[in-house]
Design a protein around this ligand. Structure first.
Ligand code: GUN
Length: 283
């Protein structure tokens, strides 16, 4: 029987710390952290994320602005908004919700966000800083995973850490953070030969491949820590991860559920990054 890593409880504890530090920052300096969230179009999942981000801002005592732009917004209009927010002293963090509609050039929009306000840590400058271990911000999901691991009392030092998935948002930065935590890190992906042989080596297995119930019990070593970053919608409408919970849970020592594992941490780490960005303006 694995211990459940309770993402909701850990997220609530981290948010309480952020709220306290925000009150202290406001009392000491008069600076209120401010986050601007931009969404283009009407993707329902994105709308839910954006609403939750605003609610989280209110909860921890931040100032926030939301820009809900029509689908037909042009590159020039979006860039003009980013430029304006880059120059706005009330705003310390700018988040452009992805994916953007196809006619917009996502890469050049992300490049346009000031690296000092890039609370997603998607700008190549911030990605580079993560590579050399000298970062201001960490991408929210991998940062949330590390917080779950740390706060469960798990030490990565010397452990075999296997990351399944190689996206820029999760897999690649996740591997860097596990490496910085002194893990021995392997990244595998859909083209890996004998993936199960690699995942079975893992003491700590982080799965972010975007395929429902992909990792089964026979792919996991007895006693492994299993972190499920997946968020898939089943045909019956139920949310499920990339890990087949029923067969993996009896094998693992720790496991994150979906929902209620990694998910709640992501927005919390966004709040952490926004607070950091606000503090950094005082340096
Ligand atoms: N869409 C899905 N996840 C994310 C995220 O972490 N940041 C942004 N900006 N868009 C997303």
């Amino acid at each position: 029987m694995a211990k459940l890593i309770d993402g909701k409880a850990i997220s609530a504890a981290v948010r309480a710390e952020i709220k306290e530090n925000t009150q202290k920052l406001i009392a000491d300096t008069g600076v209120t952290p401010g986050l601007a969230v931009i969404i283009v179009g009407t993707d329902p999942a994105s709308q839910v994320y954006v609403r939750n981000k605003r609610l989280a801002c209110t909860e921890v005592g931040f100032y926030s602005e939301a820009y809900e732009l029509p689908e037909e917004t042009t590159q020039e209009e979006l860039e003009a908004l980013v430029d304006r927010l880059n120059a706005d002293e009330k705003i310390h963090g700018i988040l452009v919700q992805l994916p953007l509609p196809k006619h917009l050039d996502e890469h050049s929009i992300l490049l346009r966000i000031s690296p000092d306000k890039d609370v997603d840590a998607f700008h190549p400058y911030n990605v580079g800083r993560i590579m050399i271990g000298d970062y201001a911000f960490l991408p929210c999901t991998p940062a949330g995973v590390m917080e779950l691991i740390r706060r469960s009392g798990i030490d990565c030092t010397g452990k075999e850490c296997v990351v399944v998935g190689r996206s820029n948002i999760v897999g690649k930065p996740m591997a860097m953070l596990l490496l910085q935590a002194n893990g021995t890190v392997t990244i595998c992906h859909s083209r890996t030969r004998d993936l199960a042989e690699v995942t079975r080596r893992a003491d700590i297995l982080v799965v972010a491949i975007g395929k429902a119930d992909f990792i089964t019990g026979d792919m996991v070593k007895e006693g492994a820590v299993v972190i499920d970053v997946g968020m898939n919608r089943r045909a019956d409408g139920k949310l499920t991860g990339d890990v087949d919970f029923a067969s993996v849970e009896p094998v693992a020592s720790y496991i994150t559920p979906v929902p209620g594992g990694v998910g709640p941490m992501t927005i919390t780490m966004l709040m952490q990054n926004t607070l950091t960005a606000a503090k950094n303006t005082l340096k």
